[in-house]
Design a protein around this ligand. Structure first.
Ligand code: ATP
Ligand code: MG
Length: 529
């Protein structure tokens, strides 16, 4: 029995995906069950919006908690009763010290703490005060309940940790029923025990909390004895993975929201077009360790490409259109050429792509004065149009400002389908769309949100934001079959990359996000090794 215990104070990020895959994966492997439990012990930071978003993300990632959905707040009454048990056993006391006084008296890693002047209150006085705390007789911060363990412990977490604090705040689920709330340390392990969790898998920063976790299990009448086991966090280069920082990006307007396609959140990655199978593959292959490490973003992208290469259908589209007129092609003719949907998946079939006298090709695929290694279209040169014909550039038409506005070309009717009967070869195959049939679209080209591997390593992480992380192309021209692709679907535009339909799409104005280019930098790094 495992659990994934998010705090609903933000959206899930790809680090959480590690924890989700591990907890659900292990339960599955051993015929167990993984619970989804919201750690909703801090009502001031938590919102209903986050709870729903987290559920969507866990489902999207491919996991099912069945009917095992819980909230730490389900246990508030039990946790309260157990706190009274501790008081009665002389193992907890009400402290009137301020947060600052408690912090100072806690000591440091090298110096022991000092006992609170309230540490030796009688059981009766403690019980009366704790009940008064619950009854709302004190203001926020006026008193806390602390465990009475050992102020000289070498482990700071055992120096009389706080169990309850006063917070007159409305809770998303319990409303105004409570004005005292349990701390994470107190609520977490006990929630595990109540749910009969056997393996409480958490990240390494909780290693030093484990003795406290065990102390509660030993000293409370819990129905089961869970065991905490730590593993290293999942980190990703060029990325920040902390909800606090992600919130700064959102609130500072550096991104459009938690689901901005540049965000390392699961909702951002979904919107960008990353398949959940690729994320699962990446975190699985990154492994489970006790030592911190950073996964190369190029590796995640490699997993995304591998997955999309198998599943995404191919289409043609031109991002920066340049008009081509085929002078010897009949004015009003249109023919439908057969194109393969996915060479990796014969079952994906074929489709028909219209061809006519006026086409668009990619502006970058033409150079008037090509350097030596440029094999694409140039004056007098012949190239292949994918699935169509060989064309030769005859003339370059410019406007008054000297900008190229059109190419006049001729085609060879004998090369229909893409091969010349006389066996002559061309060095390039270009993608294209028929101008009269094309659909205009907005295409958003995304790049990494940060321009260094370790954002914030030398100061403020916001200073490392990549100011060119988004380029918007307003007038891309796509083949007509892309007119009815649903939001969220990812396709490959041949030679350009993978693109996903964005929810900003409106009828007649499709918006596509570039998920990723075709260039696999990770494969290159591996090849060099
Ligand atoms: P953050 O530090 O990013 O703000 P958090 O740990 O506060 O995240 P929680 O909602 O408490 O977020 O996390 C839920 C679970 O996910 C916890 O068990 C936590 O250990 C785990 N988790 C969070 N970040 C990572 C990560 N980068 N790698 C692996 N597991 C993680
Ligand atoms: Mg946390």
């Amino acid at each position: 029995m495992t659990r994934f215990p998010p705090e609903p104070n933000g959206y899930l990020h790809v680090g959480h995906a590690k924890s989700i895959c591990l907890n659900f994966g292990i339960a599955d492997e051993f015929g167990g069950q993984c619970h989804l439990r919201f750690d909703d012990t801090n009502p001031t930071k938590e919102e209903h919006e986050f709870i729903e978003a987290i559920k969507d993300d866990v489902r999207w990632l491919g996991f099912d908690w069945k009917d095992q959905l819980f909230h730490a707040s389900d246990y508030f009454e039990t946790l309260y009763a157990w706190a009274e048990t501790l008081i009665e056993a002389g193992k907890a006391y009400v402290d009137d010290s301020s947060a600052e006084e408690i912090r100072v008296a806690r000591g440091t890693l090298t110096e022991p703490g000092t006992d609170s002047p309230y540490r030796d209150r009688s059981v009766e006085e403690n019980l009366a005060l704790f009940r008064a705390m619950r009854n709302g007789e004190f203001a926020d911060g006026e008193r806390v309940l602390r465990a009475k363990i050992d102020m000289a412990s070498g482990n700071i977490n055992l120096r009389d940790p706080v169990l309850y604090r006063i917070l007159h705040a409305e809770h998303p689920r319990t409303g105004n029923e409570w004005c005292i709330y349990p701390t994470y340390d107190y609520a977490h392990g006990q929630s595990d025990a109540i749910e009969h969790i056997t393996h409480s898998l958490c990240t390494l920063e909780f290693e030093a909390h484990r003795p406290l976790y065990d102390w509660f299990v030993e000293n409370l009448p819990v129905p089961s004895k869970p065991r905490q086991i730590e593993f290293a966090r999942f980190n990703l280069s060029y990325t920040v993975l902390s909800k606090r920082r992600l919130l700064l990006l959102v609130n500072g307007g550096h991104v459009t929201g938690w689901d901005d396609p540049r965000m390392p959140t699961l909702s951002g990655m979904r919107r960008l077009g990353f398949p959940p199978a690729a994320i699962r593959d990446c975190v699985d292959r990154a492994g489970v360790a006790k030592r911190d490490s950073v996964v190369d973003l190029a590796f995640l992208e490699h997993c995304v490409r591998t997955q999309l290469n198998r599943t995404a259908e191919r289409r043609m589209g031109v991002l920066r259109p340049l008009k081509v007129v085929i002078e010897n092609y009949p004015e009003d003719d249109v023919e439908e050429l057969e194109a393969i949907n996915n060479p990796e998946d014969p079952g994906a079939g074929t489709r028909r792509v219209p061809f006519s006298r006026e086409l668009y090709i990619e502006r970058d695929d033409f150079m008037e004065d090509p350097p030596k290694k440029f094999f694409r279209l140039a004056p007098g040169r012949e190239v292949r149009l994918r699935y169509a014909y060989f064309i030769t550039c005859r003339e370059v038409v410019k406007d008054a400002a000297g900008e190229i506005v059109e190419l006049r070309c001729t085609y060879d009717p004998a090369t229909r389908g893409g091969d010349a009967p006389d066996g002559r070869k061309v060095k390039a195959t270009l993608h294209w769309v028929s101008a009269a049939h094309a659909m205009a679209a907005e295409v958003r080209l995304y790049d990494h949100l940060f321009n260094r591997e370790d954002p914030g390593a030398d100061g403020d992480f916001l200073d490392d934001l990549n100011s060119n992380s988004l380029e918007v192309l307003e007038n891309a021209q796509l083949e007509p079959s892309l007119g009815n692709v649903p939001v969220g679907m990812t396709i490959q535009l041949e030679r350009l990359g993978y693109f996903c339909v964005d929810p900003d799409t409106t009828p007649g104005k499709p918006v596509f996000n570039r998920t990723i280019t075709l260039r696999d930098t990770w494969a290159k790094i591996q090849a060099k090794k």
